[in-house]
Write a protein that binds this ligand. Structure first.
Ligand code: SF4
Length: 270
C-alpha cells in the first residue's frame, strides 16, 4: 500500500485541522461522522433516485478572444419594414425631447418613400412647407430635389427621403448640436429598417451628422464615404442650389458618380 504524500508539512497541516475544528465548534458542531461521507449536494434526492440519471450536457468553455462576433441583426422582411417604421413614426410624433422645437412645430416630419428603397436621401430639417404638410422636401427646395431624382431616371416613390431632425427649427435656423443628438437615434433606426444600398446626404449638417466628421462640403463631396457599411455620397442641399444655381453642375457630377456606382444608366449629356 502506497502512502499519499502530504501536500503540506505536518506542522501546517496540524494547525489547519485545529483551526477547522475550532470553527466547527463555534458553529455548534459537536460530533463528526466516522469516515468520509459524500457531500450532501452530490446525493440524489429520493425522487431522483428512482428516476433514470440525467446526463447533463457538457457546456464548452467559451474562449472570449475566439468567440464568434455578435451577428448584425437580420434585415426585416420587406413586408415588415413599413410597420416597423410606423412604430418609430408614432414615437417621433409624441417626442418632446427638444423643448423649443416640440413647442413650436405644427407637426413632426418623419420621412417618406419606399421602405425598400435602394437609395435614401438624408436632409437637414423640415422647413415651413414641410412643417405645414408633414412631409420632407415639399417646398421649393423639395421640388428641386424631385427634379434631381428624376434626372437620375428615378421617381420620388422609388427612393426614401428623410431628415436628421424631425421638427422644424424656428426661422429655419441651423439645428443645434443637442437637437441633433436628441434626434439621432430616430435617424439611425429608420436607416436600420430600410437598409438602403446607398445614401445621399444633402448638405453639410446631414453629411457631418451621418458620417460623424467635422469637414467642409468642398472636401466631402465627389467621393464615397461609409455609414455602417453603406456607401454614402455627399452633395449640396437643394436649398443652397436655389441661392447658388451654378453649384447645380457640381451636384449633377456627384449624382453621376452615384449612378455609375449603382449601375443605373443616365443621360450623361445633361
Ligand atoms: S427634433 Fe427629434 S428629438 Fe427633437 S423633439 Fe423633434 S422628434 Fe424629438
Amino acid at each position: 500500500m502506497t502512502r499519499e504524500k502530504p501536500a503540506a508539512s505536518g506542522k501546517s497541516t496540524r494547525r489547519g485541522v485545529v483551526q477547522k475544528l475550532e470553527s466547527l465548534e463555534r458553529a455548534g458542531v459537536t460530533h463528526l461522522p466516522k469516515g468520509r461521507a459524500p457531500a450532501k449536494a452530490a446525493l440524489p434526492s429520493e425522487a431522483e433516485d428512482s428516476a433514470p440519471a440525467k446526463i447533463q450536457p457538457e457546456v464548452p468553455k467559451q474562449d472570449s478572444a475566439h468567440a464568434p462576433a455578435k451577428a448584425k441583426p437580420a434585415a426585416l422582411a420587406p413586408s415588415d419594414r413599413l410597420a416597423a417604421l410606423q412604430v418609430i413614426q408614432r414615437e417621433v410624433a409624441a417626442c418632446t425631447r427638444c423643448g423649443e422645437l416640440a413647442s413650436t412645430r405644427t407637426q413632426t416630419v418623419f420621412g417618406v418613400g419606399n421602405p425598400q428603397a435602394r437609395l435614401c436621401f438624408v436632409g437637414e430639417a423640415p422647413g415651413a412647407d414641410e412643417d405645414r404638410q408633414g412631409e420632407p422636401f415639399v417646398g421649393r427646395a423639395g421640388q428641386l430635389l424631385t427634379k434631381i431624382i428624376e434626372a437620375c431616371t428615378l421617381r420620388r416613390e422609388d427612393v426614401y427621403i428623410l431628415n436628421v431632425l424631425k421638427c422644424r427649427p424656428p426661422g429655419n435656423r441651423t439645428p443645434l448640436p443637442p437637437e441633433v443628438a436628441n434626434c439621432r437615434g430616430y435617424l439611425d433606426r429608420q436607416l436600420e429598417i430600410i437598409r438602403p444600398a446607398y445614401i445621399c446626404c444633402l448638405g453639410l449638417v446631414a453629411s457631418t451628422t451621418l458620417l460623424g466628421v467635422e469637414s467642409s462640403m468642398a472636401k466631402l463631396r465627389g467621393k464615397f464615404h461609409e455609414y455602417r457599411g453603406i456607401p454614402v455620397i455627399c452633395t449640396y442641399h437643394p436649398a443652397y442650389l436655389l441661392r447658388n444655381p451654378p453649384a447645380k453642375r457640381e451636384v449633377w457630377e456627384d449624382m453621376k458618380t452615384l449612378l455609375r456606382q449603382m449601375g443605373i444608366e443616365f443621360d450623361a449629356q445633361k
